[in-house]
Design a protein around this ligand. Structure first.
Ligand SMILES: Cc1cc2nc3c(=O)[nH]c(=O)nc-3n(C[C@H](O)[C@H](O)[C@H](O)COP(=O)(O)OP(=O)(O)OC[C@H]3O[C@@H](n4cnc5c(N)ncnc54)[C@H](O)[C@@H]3O)c2cc1C
Length: 392
């Protein structure tokens, strides 16, 4: 058995790494800012994406006809691993654009929609956000009640979305709306695109400030928001199936593992440079985290391998999601403790160890067991689909 990337991937890795070192303001900084900390961070993320676009690297895995490079699963893993390690920032173009709405349009969109939207993703121009969750619809998303009524060539939307990440930065939203309130709940939902959300009449965003004191997500209110009917993706009332589309794009979460690896390296360096007494106290705990990080890496590689072999990961992706999110929470918690009192200082404080990234990462890791399907839901998936246990 030989477990390694091929020569082609390793050459690509060197190119990607050189690019990141040349184009990131602080390549040794590590953690991604999610483009959500300050306006300055957001502008830097936009600039970074426009440099990526020049190389055709916004959506390397997309087919060439849609502006990608047709990269293989293993090449995508290299991109994601390096981007994760160096904390490459995003605006919402890559996460929501390339990761979600792009693949959905490639499968379910009509030619006009593909022509209109896909090039604006691969150029880095459009910034998308996701309008799925509502105050009464999260894990049980099919209970959503935001209503859209057809009126001639338009849909008129009324209702509310919540937890809309990056909505305040985005110019485009894809959302699920109820078009038939009398049908069984999965069957009365449609998938709509809303253009130019900053200027469309009737749409209001209200910030939600998270516990890291960042404006990351929003509430979104719709009052008679009019959307052209041509912005319907797929058939009316069949939007649930459109909204659940996931393409074969890389889903190993390997970027998160690489980001955690970078954090570990910084903690090891901090321990090497510090007081020997502290070293004695924490060295074996750090060793445990290095082992756990290695396990995460191989769980991720298993997903990549399955996808490259044409298999569709199912409960295996849930295993990765739970493992990485919970490891991240433990790791950043440990990091804050290991750094002592000064470990609580935030990036604004110039004397903060490891650039003040540890308490921020700790706080940002808390919601990771909630978003992308909560860990309880993932455990249900493992129990039923992985272990074959009956529901309930
Ligand atoms: C940081 C962050 C960013 C987000 N960004 C977006 C976004 O951009 N767009 C968007 O649409 N949404 C977004 N969300 C929302 C996210 O998808 C929901 O929070 C998630 O689906 C959970 O829904 P909920 O918050 O309504 O919790 P609920 O579904 O009400 O769940 C509450 C608790 O009950 C548990 N639970 C629920 N059902 C079951 C069950 N059947 N079995 C066992 N336990 C169960 C859950 O695990 C959870 O612990 C984001 C959330 C976070 C935290």
């Amino acid at each position: 058995m030989e477990l390694r990337f091929g020569e082609k991937e390793e050459k690509l890795r060197q190119d990607v790494r050189a690019f990141l070192k040349a184009n990131l303001p602080n390549p040794e900084g590590g953690e991604a800012t999610l483009g959500s900390r300050t306006d300055e961070d957001f502008e830097a993320a936009k600039k970074f994406n426009s440099e990526l676009a020049k190389k055709g690297w916004i959506a390397p895995a997309w087919p060439k006809e849609y502006g990608g490079l047709g990269a293989s699963i293993y090449e995508q893993m290299v991109f994601n691993e390096e981007f994760g390690y160096f904390g490459a920032p995003d605006t919402g173009t890559r996460g929501f654009g390339v990761g979600m709405i792009g693949p959905t349009l490639i499968i379910h969109g009509n030619e006009e929609q593909k022509k209109r939207y896909l090039p604006r993703i691969t150029s880095g121009e459009d910034i998308w956000c996701q309008g799925y969750s509502e105050p009464g619809a999260g894990s049980d998303l099919a209970s959503l009640t935001t209503r859209a009524v057809r009126d001639g060539d338009e849909y008129v939307i009324n209702g509310q979305k919540i937890w809309t990440s990056g909505g305040h930065r985005a110019n485009q939203m894809f959302c699920l709306v109820r078009t038939d309130p009398d049908a069984p709940k999965h069957r009365g939902i449609s998938f709509l695109l809303i253009d130019d959300i900053k200027n469309v009449p009737g749409l209001t965003l209200r910030p939600l400030i998270n516990m890291a004191n960042r404006h990351h997500f929003n509430e979104v209110f719709f009052e008679d928001v009019r959307v052209p009917a041509r912005n319907l993706v797929g058939e009316e009332n069949r939007g649930w199936y459109v909204g659940m589309t996931l393409l074969d794009f890389e889903r190993s979460g390997i970027g998160t593992t690489a980001s955690q690896k970078h954090t570990l390296e910084k903690l090891v360096q901090n321990l090497k440079d510090g007081d020997p007494e502290r070293r004695k106290k924490y060295r074996t705990k750090l060793a445990d985290f290095v082992i756990a990080n290695g396990v995460g890496r191989f769980l991720g590689y298993r997903i990549g391998y399955m996808q490259a072999a044409g298999r569709v990961p199912n409960y295996e992706a849930s295993v990765v999601k739970i493992y990485q999110s919970e490891l991240g929470q433990r790791l950043y918690n440990f990091g804050v403790s290991m750094l002592g009192l000064s470990g609580q200082m935030l990036p604004e404080e110039t004397r903060a160890p490891i650039d003040g990234s540890m308490p921020e990462s700790y706080m940002m890791a808390v919601p990771s067991s909630i978003y992308s399907g909560s860990n309880e839901i993932q455990r249900n998936i493992i129990a039923t689909r992985g272990l074959g246990l009956p529901r309930g």
